[in-house]
Every structure is written in structure tokens, then in C-alpha cells.
Design a protein around this ligand. Structure first.
Ligand code: APR
Length: 239
């Protein structure tokens, strides 16, 4: 099965790779829904990953993201991230990487033009529409930092539950999903839309890469029971 998918990748005019938290698991970044180790097995998303949660308890949410941000800064991209970046360097214009991850590891591995549908944990944005006084360089330090004039707070620049995805990235991802002839779906449970829906947009061949069953297995022409760092280097090699 791996040889079959490797053949699809080699022959692909346009390869689309959708990644989720499992892509970064071998870098040491916890996933969300893996039993016991997933973040949502230890925390309630509605307490931490919604605007309401932030407005109700900004310090707790800000500190939780600050701890995740610090943890991500300590890890490195894995062989899967590097295999994707190397493939793009060898085959310019043939690969689209779309990620649900906010850890920035694809970008740190050298992937360019990554469509980060859920934002980036290393970046902040204003909670309320910024006024002329809201200058990120002139904030009052705190959890969270705030505008020294109007008190507008900074928040993590990630997409929280109930929020819209960045329109440009989503539209570009949908366009690429429709255009691609091979799609690899790597390390996602496939339960969060619209990202998961990308796997159902393509008319091309779909291969799921996941050590466990996912909600996108039924959309796949091939399911490879393995991990991102093990399988991607094998599938993306020219050798
Ligand atoms: N390689 C590949 N897949 C793996 C690996 C690995 N080493 N380890 C775990 N997985 C798989 C798990 O089996 C699971 O199917 O990765 C998937 C991770 O699923 P989730 O934890 O649900 O993460 P994800 O699908 O990215 O979640 C989507 O939900 O909480 C929101 O915004 C958050 O972007 C996230 C979205």
C-alpha cells in the first residue's frame, strides 16, 4: 500500500497535504483528542479555546496559551515536516501544505506558503477592534498585555471554537483541494470543519496517514496505519 501511494505522489501534478496535530506529535507537541495524552482529555476546550472563555477569565486563558507557546518554542520540526519542506524545494509549485496546527513547525522546517487555517500560537492580535491608541509596542505588561490608553487586551492569534477561519487561507485551501490530483491527510481526527471538509472536496486520490482510525478514513482511497515522521519521508522520496 505504501508503494502504491508513493507512486501516486511521484506522478502527482499537484500534491495537497492536510495536516493536524498528529503531524507534530513526534516533535513532542501534544495532540487534542488522543486518549490520555490529548489536551482535550485534560482541559475543557470551552474553558480555554473560545472568546467567551477568554473574556470570562483572560488571565487563565492567556497563561494557558503562554505555556503552550513556551512548550512549542522548545521543540523541533520532525522528519515529516522536513520531508515536506524538502519535497517542495525539489519540486517547486507542486505541493500545497494546509495545516490545522498553530505550532509553526511546518514553517520552521522550511515550508513556504503554508496555509495555516487556525492561525499561529506565536502571534497575538487585539481582542477588540484596535483604536489609534492600540500600539502592540506600547502595551501594559500583564496576563494578558493591554493597551496603555484604552485597555484593549491582546489575545492569541489562533482561531477559537465558534470563530471564522481566515477567509483568504480557507478559499485558497479549497481551491487547491479541488485542483489537486493527490491528497495526503496526515495526523488529523477529521472531526473539526471546515478544515476536515477539504478532504471531501478533491476529485483526486486521497491517502490518510494515521496510526489510528479517523473520521476521514471513509473518504480515503488508501489508509496507511503509521506515523507522520515514519511515513512521509518514505512517501515523499524521489529515490
Ligand atoms: N502521526 C500521525 N498521526 C498521529 C500521530 C503521529 N505520530 N499521533 C497521533 N496521530 C493522530 C491521532 O490518531 C489523531 O487521529 O493525529 C490525530 C490528532 O487528532 P486531534 O488531536 O483531534 O487533532 P486535530 O485533528 O488536528 O484537531 C483539529 O481541533 O481542537 C481543535 O483547533 C484544534 O486544530 C485543532 C482541531
Amino acid at each position: 500500500m505504501n508503494d502504491q501511494v508513493r507512486g501516486w505522489v511521484r506522478a502527482a501534478r499537484h500534491l495537497f497535504v492536510l495536516t493536524g496535530a498528529g503531524m507534530s506529535a513526534e516533535s513532542g507537541v501534544p495532540t487534542f483528542r488522543d486518549a490520555l495524552t490529548g489536551l482535550w482529555s485534560r482541559f475543557r476546550p470551552e474553558d480555554l479555546a473560545t472568546e467567551d472563555a477568554f473574556r470570562a477569565n483572560p488571565a487563565m486563558v492567556w497563561d494557558w496559551y503562554a505555556s503552550r507557546r513556551a512548550a512549542v518554542a522548545q521543540v523541533e520540526p520532525n522528519a515529516g515536516h522536513r520531508a515536506l519542506a524538502d519535497f517542495a524545494r525539489r519540486h517547486p509549485g507542486r505541493l500545497t501544505v494546509v495545516t490545522q496546527n498553530v505550532d509553526g513547525l511546518h514553517q520552521r522546517a522550511g515550508s513556504e506558503g503554508v496555509l495555516a487555517l487556525h492561525g499561529n500560537i506565536a502571534e497575538d492580535k487585539w481582542l477588540d477592534v484596535p483604536r489609534a491608541c492600540c500600539d502592540p509596542q506600547a502595551v501594559v505588561a500583564g496576563s494578558p498585555p493591554s493597551c496603555s490608553t484604552c485597555g484593549n487586551q491582546l489575545r492569541p492569534a489562533v482561531v477559537w471554537f465558534g470563530e471564522s477561519l481566515p477567509l483568504r487561507e480557507l478559499q485558497e485551501a479549497e481551491r487547491a483541494a479541488r485542483d489537486c490530483d493527490v491528497m495526503l491527510v496526515v495526523g488529523t481526527s477529521g472531526v473539526v470543519y471546515p478544515a476536515a471538509g477539504l478532504a471531501r472536496l478533491t476529485k483526486g486520490r486521497v491517502a490518510v496517514i494515521n496510526p489510528h482510525p479517523s473520521d476521514l478514513d471513509d473518504a480515503a482511497d488508501a489508509v496507511l496505519r503509521g506515523t507522520a515522521a515514519q511515513l512521509l519521508p518514505q512517501l515523499l522520496t524521489d529515490g
